[in-house]
Design a protein around this ligand. Structure first.
Ligand code: PEP
Ligand code: MG
Length: 587
């Protein structure tokens, strides 16, 4: 971390809490970044010559696509994951053209068409409850702005001038992916945003640029003024305006500690996740997009334990066809060096809405027609997905995984559909793998308590604690007010987990955990002691889980787990883990 400029001479220190998006600690003078104002086209003034207006639209789209092409090219060599975001922007831009053209033919100017079509698409997706999908609104806005600039011949507002007196902290309401990528190579010590979320593409870019960042810091823009000293603690999710001398000291110390820790963790990426007494664990990555796979591989993941596939449905427009599925799965497999790819079938509903997977309004979506239930009600898109999975399975270690299973009947029904699609592919003479491994997620208490019955008819289990906790403890995973009640340490949950792990062992099938719990340092040790050997976690957590596994014997882990399982409350379990698991990390 570059040395911070001299200590400020102003008023009281103010701390604002936000979301920890990109780890580390950075200090600098605040530079307030105003977002590029949207072009406000006059009302739908009908163009005098509709054909000329359509031509103008296409010419502007070509210029915008060329810009995106150069951006993609300039990033491809060093930062392929980021480059892919702009590659996707170019594809989305093309997808919007027919709708834009229709709007012009119905009497809009090109600018007005962009304003209505693209902004409406963004507004629609922003309302979706799924935090990943709703963040895509920012990508759509980014594309709209780029197209508008191409139409009007204007340039982006550009980034704030760098200060000559040391590093800067960029303070803004939000950043689009294009704005975020411009921050590379500049003297940016940290980023603090009033809005945003860790699932957006701007967050992906900022993490990849390794700039400490906090998002969702409410009240930030009102509190910060240009030139003020700001400390961003990206690991703890705090923005401190005008830090005092002792906070400054802490900022520097934490920054150095974080950098040392990250560097040492990354150096271990090639080492096996093996306990001191030689018991191996398998570390896998959870991914949302094909491009996430690179982050997992860079940290030594042995494959993908959870490939969420809802991203295929996130852009308003055409439904993905079988070839679109196949292309995305193939692209992901290509990065895996022979590692496994566990593709989870659609999990639409409740927290994962998509404009392309419409649902009837329901009184309680979390208990409604979601996931596999939705797939049974919509056999066409489901079968199309199954066909693509069976096709890509001829090219590597591909497994299929069904979410939200509550009963054996559902397993049988899903398997029967797999048999049906295999028969169709055979009849059509299309190469496919009819016998790929079939697994289920254990994320409903009913599945955990009947794990012994389910284990006889599937090839693997993957425990989804994000939902298992929600349903076991009756705590809505999306309700921030209930966060203190969302506790992996609850004795009921531990019993469900133990039962599932034991049932899998008894049946001789592997069991992975792909819920967030597996990536939380203290719980990874507990789970290891309970018999779990496969952890599928967000790529960034892989190095920490590896270090924990390598730091103890299985015997120690078993003792810790045994003691935890004898306790009566979540609090007692957490206390014991805090006392007995050596912490890793720099907050
Ligand atoms: C889970 O429920 O734990 C899980 C991994 O799936 P998702 O978070 O996608 O529901
Ligand atoms: Mg789930």
């Amino acid at each position: 971390m570059p040395p911070p400029p001299s200590t400020p001479q102003r008023s009281a220190m103010l701390e604002i809490a936000g979301i920890a998006v990109s780890g580390g600690s950075g200090v600098g003078r605040a530079v307030l970044y105003e977002e590029t104002p949207d072009v406000r086209a006059a009302a739908a003034l009908p163009p005098a010559d509709v054909e000329a207006e359509v031509t103008r639209l296409h010419a502007a789209a070509e210029r915008a696509a060329a810009d995106l092409g150069s951006l993609h090219e300039s990033l491809a060599a060093s930062r392929d994951a980021i480059a892919q975001i702009f590659f996707a922007h170019r594809a989305m831009l093309t997808d919007f053209l027919p709708q834009l053209e229709t709007a012009i033919r119905e009497g809009s100017s090109a600018e007005h068409a962009v304003q209505t079509v693209i902004h409406m698409a963004a507004a629609k997706i922003a309302k979706v409850r799924d935090p990943i999908l709703s963040q895509r609104a920012k990508d759509i806005i980014d594309i709209g702005r780029r197209l508008n600039r191409a139409l009007t011949g204007t340039t982006a507002a550009g980034l704030p001038e760098e200060r000559t007196d040391g590093p800067i902290v960029v303070v803004a309401r939000d950043l689009t992916p294009s704005e975020a990528v411009q921050l590379r190579g500049r003297n940016v010590a940290a980023i603090a945003l009033e809005q945003g979320g860790h699932t957006g593409h701007a967050a992906v870019i900022i993490k990849s640029l390794e700039i400490p960042c906090v998002m969702g810091a409410r009240g930030l823009l009102e509190a910060a003024s240009p030139g003020q000293m700001v400390w961003v603690n990206g690991s703890a999710g705090a923005v401190v305006i005008e830090p005092d001398a002792s906070a400054m000291e802490r900022a520097v110390e934490l920054g150095l500690r974080y950098e040392r820790l990250e560097a040492s963790l990354l150096r271990e990426s090639d080492l096996p996740a093996e306990t001191v007494d030689g018991h191996r664990a398998t570390l896998l990555a959870n991914i949302e997009y094909p491009l996430d796979v690179e982050a997992g591989m860079a940290r030594g993941a042995e494959g993908v334990g959870l490939y969420r596939t809802e991203f295929l449905y996130e852009v308003d427009g055409e439904l993905p066809c079988e070839e679109d599925h196949l292309a995305a799965y193939r692209e992901t497999l290509r990065h895996l060096d022979g590692g496994r790819l566990t593709i989870r079938t659609f999990d639409f509903g409740a927290d994962k809405e998509s404009p392309l997977a419409p649902q009837e309004p329901e009184p309680n979506p979390a208990l409604g027609v979601r996931s596999l239930r939705w797939c049974f009600e919509h056999p066409e898109p489901f079968k199309l997905q199954l066909r693509a999975i069976q096709r890509v399975a001829t090219e590597g270690d591909v497994r299929v995984m069904f979410p939200m299973v509550a009963s054996l009947e559902e397993v049988r029904r899903a398997r029967a559909m797999l048999a049906e699609t295999a028969a169709e592919l055979a009849a059509e003479g299309i190469e496919h793998e009819p016998n790929l491994p079939v697994g289920i997620m254990i994320e409903i208490p009913a599945a955990a308590t009947t794990a012994d019955l389910l284990a006889r008819e599937v090839d693997f289990f993957s425990i989804g604690t994000n939902d298992l906790i929600q349903y076991d403890l009756a705590v809505d995973r999306m309700n921030p007010r209930l966060e203190p009640l969302f506790r992996p340490s609850h004795p009921s949950l531990l019993r469900l987990l133990q039962r599932t792990i034991d049932a899998a062992a008894e049946a001789g099938i592997p069991v992975t955990m792909c819920g967030e719990m597996g990536g939380q340092a203290i719980y990874a040790v507990l789970l290891l002691g309970m018999g779990l050997r496969e952890f599928s976690v967000t790529p960034g957590y892989i190095p920490r889980v590896r270090r924990l596994v390598r730091g103890l014997t299985l015997l120690e882990a078993r003792r810790i787990a045994g003691d935890c399982l004898r306790l009566s409350t979540a609090e007692e379990v957490e206390e014991l883990l805090r006392a007995r698991v050596t912490p890793i990390g720099a907050g």
